[in-house]
Ligand binder design. Structure first.
Ligand SMILES: Nc1nc2c(c(=O)[nH]1)N[C@H]1C(S)=C(S)[C@@H](COP(=O)(O)OP(=O)(O)OC[C@H]3O[C@@H](n4cnc5c(=O)[nH]c(N)nc54)[C@H](O)[C@@H]3O)O[C@H]1N2
Ligand SMILES: Nc1nc2c(c(=O)[nH]1)N[C@H]1C(S)=C(S)[C@@H](COP(=O)(O)OP(=O)(O)OC[C@H]3O[C@@H](n4cnc5c(=O)[nH]c(N)nc54)[C@H](O)[C@@H]3O)O[C@H]1N2
Ligand code: SF4
Ligand SMILES: [Mo]
Length: 696
């Protein structure tokens, strides 16, 4: 009988990296369980993590380096050796740099994050300013909004010490399962929770106050709360006087946003706005938990989040115990590893159109217009893409991007699966999952964990960082760490924490870093804010710099996408909100897992029963969504969690991709983020032809 081993490792199917006890039999993964006996976890896994075997042993896994053998996009490939693959990359990327300049090559990372610092170093060593990631639609716009006010460090809520928590668009039961235990514990501690969400989610159900606003009206709601806080003298005058720039103009601007007016814009009753403002300002310390995406997936997204983040400053909840507070440092030496200034003399993708992104974001380009750069010679043409986890379904008008990728001189995708985006590549390289690699994890609060290799990499797959090392070596690119091998890399990132790799390996339960700088409080008393004025900028001087050229405004102004649009609202009367997270899906990558895909076989368009009746669409029947940019089909699901007038649909499915519906130029002018959560559509019943759809 074969012996079962339990290996301490991690799941990183969706990124947060949950610790896992993997059951291994005869070198094969036989089962997974949430790790027991770790301080970080209670032994559970989410639905996605529990289906790990279908991820690791998926029939679409790429097992060998594969070179295109047919036409681009045809999907015909032939197996080659790793050495031939590295040779092919080196030859092409060196030729393209020679002929068109380094900036003609884009280095791109999709959602997976663990190898990004190494990829950034590769882009730097090659000399291209075009390192970019999925953050062209995620998180960076929220970071930009934050930095435009506070200058640096993004501060999350100080959960152990908050008295009031305002969740501003986060449905963590679905999007961040590992955090849900913490959220539940708030109730036991008597913490007041205010949830701002257009839908009555499970998370909203557990809150004390749910502000059910119309999507994209967040700015008006926050400005109105500020109006109440200032009018009722609930603001922190001392902090404002000493540390805030632009308060008088901000104060004048918010005057207009009375709860009466805001109720008309947002749909939130005026009394609830007042109550929320009084609770947040009066029952502190209070923290705001914000999300990487929904608020900034709107045309006025950056300004809307600026209005929200301004509330932290005016109530004196910035960098105090129980407020929004700086994280302990060094929170993640892995990030430091990638912090080599990119080659920024040359214009990067998006730099002309979205200049504030480059002033206020981290070291990456804004690649939302990647297809335009390939197809239309924007400022210059992109000729090659070296991608790790590129999924064209992330972008609006995904087919257009995929076609553009097919026109490149050279395109490599390093992937787990032979995805549709991979089929367009000249070369596809097999990455391995977290179960097949060793990895050092730097976790919150300065905890480190060594994730063991539970099984050997499938086929000839390799971990992404080893692939980067192989490519760099073949190209003759210099890097003091990456050319020393993977163990050296792990040693290097552990060094600041005062731990050796040997030590960490001998502590399967993980270790606390040794040289951690404890969380500070009120850092502003000793250091100025990293803004042009040295203060908290309610009126951003960086944004204002682009007033004449780009029309940006310094104050967190509110523009309503529903009225300030050239789209004919009579033709497209409904708001289209795409991509609110579902526990079983993760963008485009999990539709290939039978357990998970089986939960929702066709894309569900969630509509309010009133809209269903108005447009003659029965619950469970086929429906067509039509926007100015495209059409997609799905199954109508009556849902009373949202309000009439709004259609919700998940993205990433090849059966009915919500992103085919979104216009490619429908972008927030400051961040370049698409208005994924505030576009317009109409819906109509689809005539069934011989049972085209499975019943859901
Ligand atoms: N299961 C699963 N988990 C995920 C992901 C996944 O695909 N699947 N994706 C990961 C990624 S990339 C991200 S960025 C995070 C996102 O994490 P979250 O932001 O927590 O998740 P969402 O469901 O996108 O949005 C949260 C809530 O915002 C609401 N919302 C929609 N539009 C608006 C709006 O205009 N204003 C406000 N205030 N609220 C709005 C939605 O109703 C939803 O309940 O999730 C991560 N976790
Ligand atoms: N309409 C609409 N569109 C959206 C959103 C929305 O809410 N609505 N959300 C946006 C947001 S917030 C985000 S973050 C993006 C996410 O968009 P993507 O980054 O496109 O997300 P994924 O589908 O997870 O694709 C990443 C790819 O990486 C591969 N992969 C996974 N692990 C590894 C690994 O270890 N190594 C390598 N090399 N590859 C790996 C996966 O197989 C997958 O094909 O989508 C954005 N697009
Ligand atoms: S939340 Fe689920 S899918 Fe994501 S890492 Fe944890 S167990 Fe895996
Ligand atoms: Mo995201």
């Amino acid at each position: 009988m074969s012996k079962t081993r339990i290996v301490k490792t991690t799941c990183s199917i969706c990124g947060p990296c949950c610790e896992v006890d993997a059951y291994v039999e005869d070198g094969k993964l036989a089962g997974v369980e949430g790790a027991r006996n770790t301080p970080a976890q209670s032994g559970g896994l989410c639905a996605k993590g529990a289906a790990a075997l279908q991820y690791v042993y998926n029939k679409e896994r790429i097992l060998y380096p594969m070179r295109r053998a047919g036409e681009k996009g045809e999907g015909k490939f032939e197996r080659i050796s790793w050495d031939e693959a590295y040779e092919m990359i080196a030859e092409n990327l060196l030729r393209i740099r020679e002929s068109y300049g380094a900036r003609s090559t884009v280095f791109y990372a999709g959602y997976p994050k663990w190898f990004r610092p190494a990829l950034l170093r590769m882009a730097n060593a090659y000399g291209s300013p075009n390192f970019c990631t999925e953050s062209s639609t995620c998180f960076q716009a929220a970071a930009l909004a934050w930095r435009s006010i506070y200058g640096n460090g993004i501060c999350g809520p100080d959960m152990p010490n908050v008295k009031t928590l305002m969740l501003w668009s986060s449905n963590l039961y679905h999007s961040n399962t590992p955090m849900s235990g913490m959220y539940k514990s708030l109730k036991k501690r008597g913490i007041k929770v205010i949830d701002v969400d257009p839908r009555h989610t499970v998370t909203a159900h557990d809150a004390d106050l749910h502000l059910q606003l119309i999507p994209g009206t967040d700015g008006a709601l926050a400005l109105s709360m500020a109006q109440v806080i200032i009018e009722e003298d609930l603001y922190d005058k001392k902090f404002v006087e000493q540390y805030v720039y632009g308060f008088e103009e901000y104060k004048d601007y918010v005057q207009d946003f009375t709860p009466e007016k805001a109720e008309k814009i947002t749909g939130v009753p005026k009394d609830m706005i007042r109550l929320a403002a009084r609770t947040y300002a009066g029952e502190g310390p209070a923290g705001i938990m914000f999300s990487a995406s929904p608020v900034v997936h709107h045309m006025n997204g950056v300004q809307n989040y600026r209005a929200v983040f301004s509330l932290i400053a005016i109530t004196g909840n910035y960098d105090v115990k129980g407020g929004n507070r700086q994280c302990p440092a060094p929170s993640c030496p892995v990030n430091e590893f990638g912090k080599v200034r990119r080659y920024d003399q040359e214009e990067a993708i998006g730099q002309k159109e979205f200049p504030a992104w480059f002033d206020l974001s981290c070291d990456e380009a804004q690649c939302i217009r990647l297809a335009d750069y390939i197809l239309e010679e924007e400022a210059y043409q992109i000729k090659a893409v070296f991608a790790m986890g590129l999924n064209h379904r992330m972008w609006p008008q995904p087919q257009r991007l995929n076609e553009a990728l097919g026109k490149l001189d050279f395109y490599v995708n390093v992937e787990l699966f032979m995805s549709e985006s991979s089929k367009m590549a000249d070369l596809v390289l097999p990455a391995c999952t977290s179960y097949e690699r060793e990895e050092v994890h730097a976790l919150r609060g300065g905890r480190f964990f060594f994730s063991n290799q539970a099984i050997r990499p499938l086929g000839e797959s390799k971990n992404d960082i080893e692939i980067i090392m192989g490519v760099m070596k073949k190209m003759g690119l210099k890097d003091e760490v990456l050319l020393q091998g993977y163990d050296s890399y792990m040693e290097y990132i552990l060094k600041p924490a005062g731990i050796t790799l040997e030590e960490l390996k001998s502590h399967p339960e993980g270790m606390q870093g040794k040289n951690l700088i404890p969380p500070a409080e009120k850092t502003y008393e000793t250091q100025p804010f990293h803004t042009p004025s040295g203060k908290v900028e309610l009126k951003s001087l960086v944004l204002e710099k682009y007033k004449a050229s780009h029309g940006y405004e310094g104050l967190p102004v509110y523009h309503d996408y529903r009225t300030e649009t050239s789209i004919d609202r009579e033709e497209y009367p409904l708001i289209l909100n795409t991509g609110s997270r579902k526990p079983q899906f993760f963008h485009a990558r999990l539709y290939r897992m039978p357990w998970l895909a089986g939960i929702e076989k066709e894309p569900l368009a969630e509509i309010h029963p009133e809209d269903g009746k108005r447009y003659g669409i029965a619950d469970g029947s086929p429906v067509r969504l039509i926007t100015p940019a495209g059409e997609a089909e799905g199954i109508a699901a009556y849902d009373i969690a949202g309000q009439p007038g709004i259609v919700y649909i998940y993205h990433g499915s090849s059966k009915g991709d919500a992103n085919e519906l979104i216009g490619k130029d429908y972008l927030d002018p400051i961040s370049g983020f698409p208005g994924f959560k505030g576009y317009f559509c109409r819906i109509e019943a689809v005539k069934e032809e011989g049972g085209q759809y499975d019943k859901v």
